[in-house]
Design a binder for this molecule. Structure first.
Ligand code: F6P
Length: 493
């Protein structure tokens, strides 16, 4: 981790109060990555990802501002413009990086919200840092937002922002969207600060989740742990305000992926990838952040056992696994990296031939064009998380299969499984079941694959990320009548 210099975009230093945005987005990260050119000059490039491309047009049209952390530990940073959006950097110290980001966000909330796939750690000083950083985001938003503006808070790192912001600015419409799963009451209740987090979210007018089950978990917890009256998707607060909690399944910029997949550069690269792999009959593909929720280890074992059991040889089938480095200083992630390295080494040592490894394992991040080339080149996409809010890689693969061929093997515990019903669905904890579905995908009749892929392509074409953003913002900005505040709250659990 290193401290970076500040890129100055305007002569006079702009303060948050100068911005006066009609639409404010808050996310842990700014939607740009810093690039350093050969001559040493620095610049910003828009980060890949659907969220920013969906929001960019509406933000440009609404004097939009995005508040976030620039991705390096940085205490002093200036407001700047990029692609028509005002970017307002939030500085965090090295200690806050360790306690708010690596600690409370990614070693407490992340495992807790993902079914305890790893054991969450509870530390009081991490909580204090989480509160402090959330407060900084809220205070900045309170300064940046114009009178009556719409504010949209993103994800688990910022769950206290809605209520902290409402205390400062009751004139705002505040929305919150959780990109990761929201756990059932039995798991969430372990959290020492469960009530504070629920109350943090209740500062919003609309709380969005990936799936309706998650919204129901939230409503039930609010009733049980905070004691507010609820009915279906609505929470009735004692002050007459209502909070709606419902599902808005996120998606991708489908047209952009289709365009990329059809481009001559990506098509040529896809052919080269197949050639480099020796043109086997089938290529399996996994693309994930190297995260213990993704089920990479179990998937590798399932694939290797299919070779070991003689269902196909390394000449007939190979696996390309991209595992992009993530949160590398957090203990559980370091351990996972070591275990995965060891397993892939064993598998290739046992089963590989000269020039024919069973698994091509790439511990690296790639640009979107290379990902698209992999989606085009590979026949069977394997997405087997133990728990995942949505999993956009599954949707990206489908968008890139322009010829309506290829198979998707998908965990039933990924949010995407609720929409992509025609995938080869698997329980990632059941290695034999996973082997059976991977083999079924390997042997599938092209007609069956075509039928499945056509249906899934229709789904991702009809529900893209722009529809998602519009649906959320329309619901958030549609006026709702206040309820009768004399309704008696239910007794606290
Ligand atoms: O899935 C949740 C999420 O925060 C994504 O928004 C993000 O792309 C990914 O995890 C990686 O997160 P980080 O910001 O910790 O690298």
């Amino acid at each position: 981790m290193h401290r970076v210099g500040v890129v100055t975009r305007s002569r006079r230093r702009r303060s948050p109060g100068d911005v006066r945005a009609e639409l404010v987005v808050l996310a842990n990260r700014l939607p740009v990555d810093r690039v350093v050119h050969a001559d040493g000059s620095e610049d910003w490039r828009r980060s890949p990802g659907g969220l920013v491309s969906a929001l960019a047009p509406v933000m440009a049209a609404n004097r939009g501002a995005w508040i976030g952390w620039p991705g390096d530990v940085m205490e002093e940073c200036e407001i700047f413009e990029h692609d028509g959006i005002t970017l307002v950097p939030i500085g965090i110290s090295q200690q806050e990086y360790e306690e708010y980001y690596e600690g409370f966000s990614n070693a407490t909330l992340w495992p807790l919200y993902h079914d305890l796939v790893a054991k969450p750690e509870f530390h009081r000083e991490w909580w204090d840092a989480y509160v402090a950083v959330n407060r900084r985001f809220a205070e900045t938003a309170a300064e940046v937002a114009a009178e009556g503006a719409t504010v949209w808070v993103q994800d688990y790192q910022l769950q206290l922002v809605p209520s902290l912001l409402r205390e400062l600015r009751s004139d705002l419409r505040i929305g919150f969207f959780l990109h990761i799963p929201f756990p059932p009451a039995e798991l969430f209740s372990q959290l020492p600060w469960r009530r504070e987090l629920l109350e943090g979210l209740l500062g919003a007018d609309l709380v969005g989740f990936q799936l309706s089950g998650a919204a129901q978990n939230f409503i039930r917890l609010v009733r049980q742990r905070v004691g507010h009256k609820t009915h279906r998707d609505t929470v009735y607060l004692p002050d007459g305000r209502t909070v709606v909690a419902k599902a808005f399944p996120i998606s991708i910029d489908t047209a952009q992926f289709e365009k990329l997949a059809a481009s001559p550069g990506v098509q040529a690269r896809a052919k080269q990838i197949r050639d480099d792999l020796g043109n086997p009959r089938r290529i399996f593909l996994g693309i994930d952040r190297l995260d213990y929720t993704k089920g990479i280890y179990a998937r590798m074992r399932a694939f290797s056992e299919l070779i070991h059991d003689g269902h196909f040889s390394v000449e007939e089938a190979t696996f390309v696994q991209v595992a992009s480095p993530s949160r590398e200083r957090v203990d559980q992630y370091r351990k996972l990296r070591d275990e995965t390295d060891r397993l892939v080494g064993h598998i290739n040592g046992d089963l590989g031939r000269i020039g024919r490894p069973a698994i091509s394992y790439l511990n690296a991040s790639f640009p979107q064009s290379e990902m698209a080339a992999l989606f085009v080149a590979c026949d069977i996409m394997v997405v087997t998380p133990f728990r995942d809010g949505m999993n956009l890689v599954a949707k990206e693969y489908v968008a890139c299969r322009l010829h309506e061929d290829g198979a998707l093997v998908l965990s039933e515990f990924a949010g995407a499984a609720e929409e992509l019903r025609q995938a080869f669905l698997v329980n990632p904890y059941d290695i034999n079941g996973m082997k059976a579905q991977m083999l079924a995908a390997y042997r599938a009749d092209p007609k069956d694959l075509g039928r499945r892929m056509r249906a899934m392509r229709r789904t991702v074409a009809e529900n893209d990320v722009a529809n998602w953003a519009n649906a959320f913002l329309t619901e958030l900005t549609t006026p709702r009548p206040a309820h009768d505040k004399h309704l008696r709250p239910v007794k606290r659990a």
